[in-house]
Design a protein around this ligand. Structure first.
Ligand code: ATP
Length: 259
């Protein structure tokens, strides 16, 4: 594994059995994520994005190929690499504070509490520590989930469409927050999204996946300094590049891509 590489996926393939048939979901996927990078994976629905993240998180194992995170081969879920889900994954019967404390069971009670409160403060939720998840808006619940992931102090955070369930303004707000937090914490982030603007706004590089079976078709580096302006011509340039990649511009724009 090269210096500074935190995620290394080499020639990974995965098939699932469905309705008695073996379906090849991923074929020969290789990618690297370097320390401190934000990388997005964009691709049409069903191309295997979540499957790939699940393999990197250690929830499942590849049929072929290898995956290393922070230099260690992935065989099972580990604290060095945590997943943030679209539906937040908060336990409804535990307070926000207790949810954030969940991943910290190896600390003493006092350490657990102070670490959880520090990360709740970081995401602007310190005054909601005693609330229950259903008492928070969707955006606040995702911030609580982000605090829980960060509190573990993982080297890598995997995000599976983390803001997809939120309205546009909350999504923009949280994308800004994520970049602020990233600037401080320097956590390496690998993100799956359907949202082209989100990928351009957040990423150092965008990996475009094609389907049937899932492969990485193209890598697009985003050479635009942060903070990025969604209305700037640079932003529109990258947007167009990606839309062209999915043939979503021009008179014969394909409707079969749902991005
Ligand atoms: N555990 C499983 N068993 C059988 N098939 C599965 C399993 N998990 C995923 N699949 C299949 O793998 C394919 C890819 O699914 P995956 O969720 O990885 O795609 P995706 O690109 O993340 O899609 P979306 O963007 O719609 O979330 C789908 O056809 C799905 O039905």
């Amino acid at each position: 594994m090269g210096a500074g590489v935190l995620v290394e996926v080499s020639e990974v393939s995965k098939a699932y059995k469905a309705a008695g048939k073996n379906e090849q979901i991923l074929s020969g996927i290789s990618l690297q994520v370097k320390e401190g990078e934000i990388i997005s994976i964009l691709g049409q629905s069903g191309c295997g994005k979540s499957t790939l993240l699940n393999l990197i998180a250690g929830f499942d194992t590849p049929d072929r190929g290898t995956i290393y995170t922070a230099g260690i081969e992935v065989k099972e879920p580990a604290k060095r690499c945590v997943m943030l889900f679209q539906n937040y994954g908060l336990l409804p019967w535990r307070s926000v504070l207790k949810n954030v404390e969940l991943g910290l069971l190896d600390l003493t009670e006092a350490e657990r509490r102070s670490r959880a409160l520090a990360y709740l403060k970081l995401v602007g939720l310190e005054d909601r520590a005693d609330h229950f998840p259903h008492q928070l808006s969707g955006g606040m619940q995702q911030r609580a989930a982000l605090a829980r992931a960060l509190a573990i102090r993982p080297q890598i955070i995997l995000m599976d469409e983390p803001f997809a369930a939120l309205d546009t303004f909350t999504r923009y707000y949280l994308q800004n927050e994520l970049l602020n937090i990233h600037a401080n914490e320097k956590t390496t982030i690998l993100l799956v999204t359907h949202d082209i603007d989100e990928a351009v706004f957040l990423s150092d590089r965008i990996l475009i996946m094609s389907a049937g079976p899932g492969q990485i078709r193209k890598e697009i580096p985003i050479h635009s300094s942060r903070p990025r302006d969604r209305g700037h011509s640079d932003f529109q340039h990258y947007r167009k590049l990606i839309l062209d990649e999915f043939r979503l511009t021009g008179p014969q724009a394909s409707e079969e891509y749902s991005i």
